[in-house]
Structures are given as C-alpha cells and as structure tokens.
Design a protein. Structure first.
Lengths: 166, 551
C-alpha cells in the first residue's frame, strides 16, 4: 500500500479521547450509492475519495497523463481515500479500478505555479449590457516575466482571517 | 511630504474584508464564540464607522472599500445578538469604570481612563448616533460616497471545493439577494471566500451582475495569457469580470510580524487582558461561573519581547502619535512604489491593499487610527490617489483579456488550508448534501407551506455547513471541537430534513424540530431554495472537483 493512501474506517466520524468534548452528532457512515470524488488541493496534490456498497474489494488508482500511466496506488476495502502527487499545470485523469475493472474516470487539471508563457495581448471593455467588446491596447510597457514571479511562495499565513478563533 | 503641485503617479485602493462566521446560540445565555462578534463590533466595526463619520464631518475625502459578508450583515441585524451586545457593552463600561477608579494615581491610570472613554464613545456611536443599526450606518456612507461595499459568498463558502455548478451558483445568488436586502441595490463587487478562485467561476459571478472580484496576486499574475502589467492593473475575463490582484508590498507592511506596524512596542498588547488579572467578582457578566478569558479590556503596551507579566503600561497618546507616523510612512512608501512601478510599465499603476477588517482594532488596536490618519494625510501625497475598484473601472474600462488563475490567499496560495489530512473528511458529506439539495429543489415543483419551510431551512443548513471558517479552524487547530460540531450539526440537520422531504408522506416533516431549527438559525429570511434547481441550460465547466457514481 502506498504511504499516501489509506482505508477509511471511520467514515468521517472523529474518535475523541476526551468524553467531555462535544463533537456534535455522528454523520452517516455510508450513503446510498457508490461515489468517487477527486479534489484538486494545490498544483501538486489531488485528493481522491471513494465509497462503494460492495466488499471485500481491491482497488487500484491510476494517474494517467497524456495516455501514460504515471502512478499506481493499490488498496483493499470498501472505501478509502488517497493523496496523489501530480505536476503543476497538468491535465489528466485518475482512473479508479475495482477488482480489475475500470469503474470511474475522474478528470483533473492542476493550476499553474508560474506565469504563463503565452504573451499574446487582447484587450477589451465591458459594454452596458455586460458583454465584453474588443478594445485597443492601453499602451505601456510589459513587465519582465521575472517580475511576475511571487516571492518566497504565493499566499501566506499572514493573509487569512485573524478572527474566527485563530 | 510631496512638493506642492506634485503630479499623480499611481492609485491605491484600500480594501477591508469584514467577515465572521454565523454564530448565534439562543439556547445559551453566554456563549464563548459569540464574543467574536461582540469584540469585533466594539473594536473594529464601530471605530471604523466613527472614523467615517468624523471624516465626513470634517470634510476629509476618503475612498474605502469594504466587504461586509452576508453572515456578518445578518448578525448585525439580529435583535437577539444586538441586545446581547448592548448588555455586553454596558458591562464593559462598568468594568472599565471600576478599573479607572482603582488605577487612579498609578502607572495604569491613562490606559484605564482611555479604555473607559473609548467604550463610552463606542456606546454613543452605536446607540445614539446609529440607533444600534450599524448596517444603516455603513449604507449611509456608501450612499453618500466614500465607502464602497462589496459582498461575499453567502456563507463565505470555498467555491473551488464545492461539487456542483448549482451549489456554487446558490452561494453567489443568495449573497446578491442578501446584499439587496441590506443595502437597497445590487453589489458591484465580490470578495470571494478566502479569495478562492477556479476557472469558470467568472461566468457564475457575471450571472449575478457582479463586475469585479479580488484575487491573490498570483490569481492575476499566473493568468493566461500573461498579464502585461502583472497585478498593477486589473485584468478582464472573457465573461466580463474584472479581477484585481493583491499587492504583496502593501500587505507585508501591515501584516508581517517582522516588518509590520502592529508589532510596534508602543501599541497596545493584545494578549495581556484584564480578564486574567481583574478580581473575579468584576468579571461575572462576562464569564459567569466559567473559567477566565479575554474580555476585550487591556491596559499594557507591547513593550518588547518580554513576558506578559513584564509588559509596561499602555500610554494612549504615544500610541496615537505612532499610528500617525506609521500612516505617513505607509503613504511615503507607496509613493516610492508607484514611482518605481510606473518607471517600469510606463502607465499608471493601481495598488490593491486588502486586509481583514478585524485586524484593524481587534488585533491592532490602533488600526482604525492608522486608517483615519492615512485619509487625513493623503492630500500631502498627491502622487498616490486613493480610489476604489468601482471608480477605477469607470475611469479605466479597457483592460487586458486574461483568464485568472486558480488561487486563494491562504497559506501556499491554493486550497491546502481547507483541504488537508485534518479536514478532508468533511467533503464527502458536504458534497452529498449539495447534491441532495439540488435533488430536493428540482423535485419539489409545488410544495405545500410546510414543505416550503423545510426546503428553506434545508438550504440554510447546507449554506451554514459550507462556511469555509470551519475547515479553516480545524486546520489552525484553535477551537476545533466547535468547528467540527458546527459542521456536523448543520449536515445532520440537513440530512434529517432531506429524508423527511423525500419521504413526502403526511406527517413526515417533524414540524416542532423544524421550528426549533428556524429559531436557532434564522439566517437569510429572503432565501429562495429554488436557486438550487438543476441547471437544465448547462453552464461553465469549473475545474477543481470531479465526481462519478460507481456501482
């Protein structure tokens, strides 16, 4: 089993070692109908989760980019999730295979983590109806590409809400 | 100071994002998390309103953009919370008066007197000037010019991690409807929850007649094609939405723990609160029989890197003077910046300076003084004109057509804060609820009155569960049990309503339970659950999440 994948045994319930902490009501352990989901977490990571009513089962996740299988994660059990490493600015699929049969193909596109190489210029303005109309360039001089690079890393802990119990 | 007659070189828009999650607990007389609202009203919202009142009275022009999120607006208009707040403020004044008397003749006298005077001024502004209606106060300043109010997703939901087009559309449509209720017009701009953007969202934003959004810097600079001027001018999406990118230099100067202003030794210390020092009998209105906690009254200054019990007394006049100095320094730095940028791009740059509103006043006590000083001193720095995004796009409608890049303003710039090993468990439940809400809204063509109420409350519970705050708090490991409980409670409430509505038989809906939910979470009285109906006409393809049924 891959180190970044695991069987989900708790189905979203949180075990608590402190009986006096109120974590709220339990949520359903299972829903009607199987489902596979893929969420893009950042340019280099996908989160894939699935559940099925059938068990026991063997699952295989295949990361496919441009027709090439780059990564395979194998698991057993009726439900699970996995973090899948990918490359920035990439389109591809995660294929979910159960007992050797393909059951879902989950497409993804990861965000870029660098400025675009496309330097084409188109200009527009919004008319009164809310539609974009072509406009002439406003002139000016383009910033050098390196000026578009962020500093130590985009975003930052400094920029999220300070209240909310933080 | 700029030489007389210096020409304008660039512009800057100051943007404050005011948001708190919907926290309302009528079932408890004292509830710790409701303090978030009460402290923010006292320390941030009222001081900002008083600042705008003063600037207008003195004829000082200002241009300030604020997002007032729908949950915050709903709480600021909630009679229960406003009543509790008024009582809290009265208790703070009593406490401050006791402390002012007991500290007379000590090193803390000035700080205690200042606290009492500040709370009395807050009460005067809140109760006498604005009749306990802060929304009306903000609306007045928007209608009079000077303040530019934008909206946010209905419950600050993280749109890129939602499962469906309809779910995302509902967050935006409910927000716009709520804005109209509170401000009597449509919102022109939106602060997306956590500035989180994914390709295709611009189409849904444009559907709501919203003209612009704010993005993290790389939401603009990583757009395609490459933006000619980086984040120094807004870009325009093909759907007709302008995107303004955050200027990191403006942020660093205020946010940074190393370079930022709020850490100055003369400023008031946040962490030394009389809730931990004052005699317990004085704190009863705040803590009852419970443990001690911060009450929002502080008498020490930051001093330096010393233990909390070694902090020096706060001296208000020194701190006020430092706030004015920092405002002058900030403006001076912006002048240097716009000159440097203009030399590079040979066209007027626009700096977007966005911050959490609650930084100003709550965390940085002198923050509202800093902003007021900034507006009062701005005429001395004519190289930088203060503007708003609304004003900018009227004056500069032409923009480069660029597709903004997926991004957020959280740590690392994407969605890791809201999707990681600690909180990933919420999404399978959240997505099921989202899909089931679409199923309910689509299936009920002609509901009876009780079903209509149940559908409305189901929509409320889903929206409240979708608040990005819960995943954020779980990530930050602060009040985790509360965030987990809120997520689970709203999802469980939704689940019960879903099954009752699907059942459809007479008596299936537990009316007493429904009434209790309506009493506990009466957010969005105007909510129309039909916004979740299945979109038969299709819509944009939005990346970030894909989902498939499996046998």
């Amino acid at each position: 089993m891959s180190s970044d994948a695991h069987l989900r045994r708790d189905h979203g319930t949180l075990p608590s070692s402190d009986p006096y902490i109120d974590w709220g009501p339990d949520l359903p352990g299972k829903y009607d109908g199987g489902r596979a989901r893929l969420l893009v977490a950042n340019p280099r990571a996908l989160f894939v989760a699935w559940e099925s009513g059938l068990q026991p089962e063997r699952w295989r996740l295949e990361l496919v980019v441009a027709g090439v299988t780059l990564r395979v994660i194998e698991l057993a059990g009726d439900a699970g999730d996995a973090w899948v490493q990918v490359s920035p600015h990439t389109r591809g699929d995660v294929r979910l295979v159960r007992d050797g049969a393909l059951v879902a193909t989950l497409p993804f596109e990861t965000p870029p983590d660098a400025p675009s190489e496309d330097g084409a210029e188109r200009w527009g303005r919004v008319d009164e109806g809310g539609h974009v109309q072509a406009a002439a360039s406003v002139g000016g001089t383009a910033l050098a590409s390196e000026e578009l690079e962020p500093g130590p890393g985009p975003g930052g802990a400094t920029s999220s809400s300070s209240q909310r119990g933080a | 100071m700029a030489p007389s007659g210096a020409a304008q070189v660039g512009s800057m828009a100051l943007v404050l994002h005011a948001h708190l999650p919907y926290v309302r607990h009528p079932e408890h007389p004292l509830f710790l998390e409701e303090d978030w609202l009460y402290e923010a009203i006292t320390e941030t919202y009222v001081p900002l309103l008083a600042m705008m009142d003063a600037l207008r009275r003195d004829g000082v022009p200002f241009q300030l953009t604020m997002s007032l999120t729908p949950p915050l607006c709903e709480m600021l208009a909630d009679p229960l919370l406003l009543g509790r707040y008024a009582a809290r403020l009265d208790a703070l004044i009593v406490l401050a008066a006791e402390l002012a008397a007991s500290h007379h003749g000590t090193w803390y006298e000035a700080a205690a007197d200042d606290a009492l005077a500040t709370f009395e001024k807050v009460r005067h502004t809140f109760r006498d000037v604005h009749g306990s209606d802060l929304i009306a106060g903000f609306r007045h300043h928007q209608d009079s010019g000077g303040l530019n109010i934008v909206t946010c997703g209905a419950t600050h939901g993280l749109l890129p991690l939602m499962a469906t087009l309809e779910g995302r559309r509902a967050q935006l449509a409910v927000a716009q409807q709520n804005y109209r209720k509170h401000f009597g017009r449509s919102a022109e701009g939106i602060w997306l929850g956590e500035c989180a953007y994914q390709r295709g969202l611009d189409v849904l934003i444009a559907e709501q007649q919203i003209r612009y959004v704010f993005l993290e810097t790389h939401g603009v600079t990583f757009g395609a094609p490459r933006p000619k001027f980086g984040h120094y001018r807004p870009i325009l999406s093909d759907a007709g939405v302008y995107a303004f990118g955050r200027d990191p230099a403006c942020s660093r100067q205020v946010w940074s723990s190393e370079q930022g202003y709020p850490g100055d030794p003369l400023y008031r210390e946040f962490y030394r609160d009389v809730g931990w020092d004052a005699p317990r009998e004085l704190l009863t209105p705040f803590i009852g029989d419970g443990p001690r906690k911060n009450v929002g009254l502080k008498l020490a200054r930051i001093t330096g890197k010393v233990a909390l019990n070694e902090k020096d007394p706060y001296v208000p006049v020194w701190a006020s003077e430092r706030a004015r100095q920092h405002a002058r320094h900030f403006l001076g730095e912006r002048v240097k910046q716009v000159k440097e940028v203009r030399a590079q791009i040979d066209i007027e740059p626009l700096l977007i300076a966005p911050y959490d509103a609650e930084l100003f006043g709550h965390w940085w006590y002198e923050g509202p003084q800093f902003i007021e000083a900034l507006f009062r001193q701005a005429h001395e720095f004519p190289e930088v004109r203060l503007t708003s995004p609304s004003e900018w796009i009227v004056e500069h409608p032409e923009a480069q057509l660029v597709s903004p890049a997926p991004s957020s303003w959280g740590d690392k710039g994407y969605w890791d804060v809201w999707l990681n090993a600690d909180n990933a468990w919420i999404y399978r439940h959240m997505h099921r609820a989202e899909e089931r809400m679409i199923e309910l809204a689509t299936a009920h063509a002609a509901p009876n009155e009780l079903e209509d109420r149940a559908l409305t409350q189901a929509g409320r519970e889903l929206l409240l569960a979708q608040s990005s705050d819960w995943a954020f708090i779980i990530s930050m490991k602060t009040t985790v049990p509360y965030a987990v409980k809120r997520t689970r409670v709203h999802l469980a409430n939704f689940d019960k309503l879903y099954h009752e509505l699907v059942d459809g038989s007479a008596g299936a809906i537990d009316e007493a339970h429904l009434a209790e939910l309506e009493t506990r979470s009466p957010i969005f009285s105007e909510l129309d659950w039909r916004v979740w109906r299945h979109a038969t006409s299709g819509g944009p393809s939005i990346g970030g999440v894909s989902s498939r049924s499996i046998p």
